[in-house]
Design a protein around this ligand. Structure first.
Ligand code: MTE
Length: 329
């Protein structure tokens, strides 16, 4: 698997770019969502054009849409849009960091549905338009720490996964949630490579899934998610290594037993079910004590220390009280 490649840390970083008028861009996006035409906006503004458009470094306030969830507004400098959308892990589109931005144009994000299955009173198929309207969209600035040793700071747009979970009414048997993401050979050139078992699957314990920081994301930088970032809908778990945040979700299953995940199936010694960011538990082949911030820390800069639970310990530490985090990594 590519996470192991030594070149993973040596990728050239796209240069930082000067802010234009993000406020207008965000307003436009919100208006588009309100009109129920996010798909049209996505095709009118393909990511290729967006990536070349000068991007903001700072957020403009838009009344009422900044999340009030504790921990949802980290004050770190935002990673430039161009970096967030050109340095990706999305193996369905290739294992090189630059592959998804190049090849994910073939992903069809409309029409799109998410199936809710398993231990719920209200199973069913949700159309993307219904999901977009399910709860108010919020902006959340999260750190994302990849298991490879790099991190970003990303202004996502979405709402807590808990909003959807409450609607579908899990039964008492629902102890875990499994995310199943799209696996479509015609659209995804990476599926023929066998780098992972497809579809890419991830899972969470129910209390993790219900935590208000667990985000169902539809956008970033106030705009529709570009394909390489996991369009049209992905999970974001800021206190876990990036691979827990499944992209392009098509199914959410509520189950009684801890579900298998793609990375565990690929290498259980190295990738556990929990995968909480933990500077004290090294990956078997490298340290997790430090990280490099993409777009900010150059290749020769001193690395910054990685924080317990990626800096979200106050919010999520309680979920793991009493657990042996070395065993349950
Ligand atoms: N989701 C799918 N479906 N396929 C993937 O290959 N890669 C994961 C995760 N979600 C991946 C995925 C990994 S390893 C990381 S670090 C994050 O997405 C990267 O998200 P980003 O490219 O938006 O930074």
């Amino acid at each position: 698997m590519h996470l192991l490649k030594s070149t993973a840390h040596d990728h050239p970083i796209a240069s930082e770019i000067t802010p234009p008028d993000v406020y207008q861009q965000r307003r436009r996006w919100m208006q588009t969502l309100a009109a129920g035409a996010a798909g049209a906006a996505a095709s009118a503004l393909p990511w290729q054009a967006q990536a070349q458009t000068p991007r903001p470094g700072k957020l403009a306030a838009l009344a009422g849409d900044k999340s009030a969830v504790p921990g949802a507004q980290v004050m770190d400098k935002l990673t430039p849009y161009a970096d967030i959308t050109s340095y990706n892990n999305y193996y369905e589109f290739g294992t090189d960091k630059a592959d998804p931005a190049r090849t994910a144009g073939s992903l069809k994000t409309r029409p799109w549905t998410v199936a809710i299955e398993g231990e719920v009173r209200k199973p069913g198929i949700w159309d993307l338009d219904a999901l977009l309207k399910l709860a108010p969209m919020e902006e959340r600035i999260y750190r994302l720490r990849c298991v490879e040793g790099w991190s970003m700071v990303i202004p996502w747009v979405g709402y807590s996964l808990a909003e959807l979970i409450k609607r579908v009414e899990p039964t008492g048997n629902a102890k875990f949630v499994q995310f199943v993401t799209l696996a479509n050979k015609a659209q995804m050139p990476g599926l023929s490579s066998g780098s992972l078992d497809w579809p890419y699957v991830e899972g969470l314990r129910m209390d993790e899934a219900m935590h208000p920081l667990t985000l169902l994301a539809f956008g970033l930088y106030g705009e529709v998610l570009p394909n390489q970032s996991g369009a049209p809908v992905r999970a974001v778990l800021p206190w876990k290594y990036g691979f827990k945040s499944g992209k392009s979700i098509v199914k959410i299953r509520f189950v009684e037993k801890q579900p298998k995940t793609s990375w565990e199936s690929a290498n259980a010694q190295e990738y556990g079910f929990y995968s909480n960011v933990n500077p004290k538990v090294d990956h078997p082949r490298w340290s997790q004590a430090t990280e490099r911030r993409i777009g900010e820390d150059g290749l020769f800069a001193k690395k910054r220390p990685t924080l317990m639970f990626n800096g979200y310990e106050a919010q999520v530490g309680q979920l793991y009280a009493g657990m042996d985090l070395k065993k349950l990594y």
